[in-house]
Each structure stands twice: as C-alpha cells, then as structure tokens.
Write a new protein. Sequence first.
Length: 321
Amino acid sequence: MTVLTILNSPGTEIPDLLTELGDREGIELRIAEADTLSQALPGTDVLLMWDFFSTALKDAYGSADRLRWVHAAAAGVDSLLFDELVEAPVTVTNARGIFDRPIAEFVLSFILMQAKNSIGSLADQAQETWNRRSTRDIAGTKAMIVGTGSIGRGIAQLLTAVDIEVTGAGSRARSGDVDFGEVIDSATLAEHVAGYDWVIDIAPLTEKTERLIGAEVFAAMDDSAVFINVGRGDTVDTDALVDALRTGQIAGAGLDVFDEEPLPAGHPLWTLDDVIITPHMSGDTDGWRKRLAQQFHRLFEQYLAGEEFPHTVDKKLGYVR
C-alpha cells in the first residue's frame, strides 16, 4: 500500500486527476490542510504540496515516519528546505518546466510596458489627455538575468528572440552557455550590472541569494535601467530598492514578488513612479493548475514503477542542478 497525502489550502479545489488516484488499488489517498497535516503524515509515503506556499511541513515533520518523496507544485522550494528534511533520505521535486514560458512572457510584458511607457499612457487616458511622444526600442538593449535555472533559460530564449542581448548570473562563472553565452558569478553582480537596460531577478532563495540585490547593486546600475523581479522577494533588499527608485538611481521596476505578501497597504512601492506591481501571478496562465496536476500524475506513475525522476532538487543547494 502506498499512502499519498495531498496538502491543500482552504477553499482550493483539487483536480479530479489527483483525487482519482485514491480509487486505484494499492493507493490510499489522504487530504490534509495545515492544521491537520501532522495527523495525516504517519504512514505517508508521498506528500504533494498542493498548498505550495505552506510552511506547515516543518512543524508537522516529526509525525512523518515513512516519508520518501515530497513534490512541491511550485518552482521555489525554499519553504521546504528546513534542516530535518534536508538531512533526511527524502527526495524533493518541484514543478520544473511548468512556468518557464508563462514567466518569460510576463518578463517581456514588463519590458514592453516600461519601454513603451504604458504607465504614462494609462495615466493620460485616465485624464483624457492626448500626449503623443516617442518611446524606446527593445531590440539592441541588454538584459542581465539573475538565475540560470529553467525559468531563467526560458526568459533568455524569449528575449533573445526579440533581439535583446542576454547575460546570465548564476552560482558560478562560465563561458559558452547555450542560452546565455556568458554567465557571471552572481556574488560579483555589482561589478557587472553597469551597461544593462534590464536586470531581471529569477534567482532561487538560498543562503547565498538572500538580499543578493541590494544598495551596492542598485548603485552600480545605470540610471536608465529597470529592475524586474519574478523570482523571490527575499532575494532583494526592499528598502534599498525603494531608495534607488526614489533617488533616481534606477529608472523603474516591474515587481511580481515581495518580501512581504500581500504587499501591505501604504507601502511606498504602491505609489512610486514607473513601478509596475502585480500580485505574484507571473506563472498563473489559463490551465496552470491542470498542468501542475498532469506533471505530478506523470511523476507519481514513475515513482510507482520505481523509475528515476527526470529532475530532483539538490537539497543542499536549494534548486535543481
């Protein structure tokens, strides 16, 4: 008997493709929420984190006596990598590949909105003002993409297709990368960001990337540059970002993630000029939950067949190699 537990959030529907797994012979399906996870974990072999923002597993982990595999229905796994799980013989997988193209398109939309001054056009429209003006080309501009995983590569491929020159920043420097060409060590980011029009953060949250982008990096950016974050809010020093925007150290920002979510009412980012704010939705295109369910279904079949997964998270590093 294989016991599958799905951690769900209140009011969120679980697709039939997943609940029907419990109808199969040899499968016991349990559905839990954060407050009942500790009761569901004893005997559980596989845990699906359908509530992908939850940190409940850390508190409930003492009840896990047979856990072998945890799958996060999300790209980021930082909330899962507490010490006990990192050290345990438990495989962790994530939703690698599901969000690559949607987030890449979202980044391109941020770039286009900034380059074509959509913020100004919408403000003019609200005032019924006819304000004809020139805008920027994006072809020939340069983007530094911080984070060279599958989503970062998806961004690089799409931006390259519209003639934006891309460079990557990752855990180690290297040349000849198939998508980025040149990759710098992200620890030296401040030494390299000058001359880039777009600095795009899609880095995973790890000990090395927490507050990676702060005052030093913003000070080194061109005053015409735009900062875009579709990764993790805690990879950025938010106070330094606000200061850089207020003082004109950088020209603008497109922000989908924040160190505190929802972004609180009254936060200065809400009202700063040339800032576009979206509520952590860059990967959420039509049918995204269905695609997540289909991916887990495929992986679960591989698990039952004793096959190796196509990707696993390196728990020490905090991301898929």
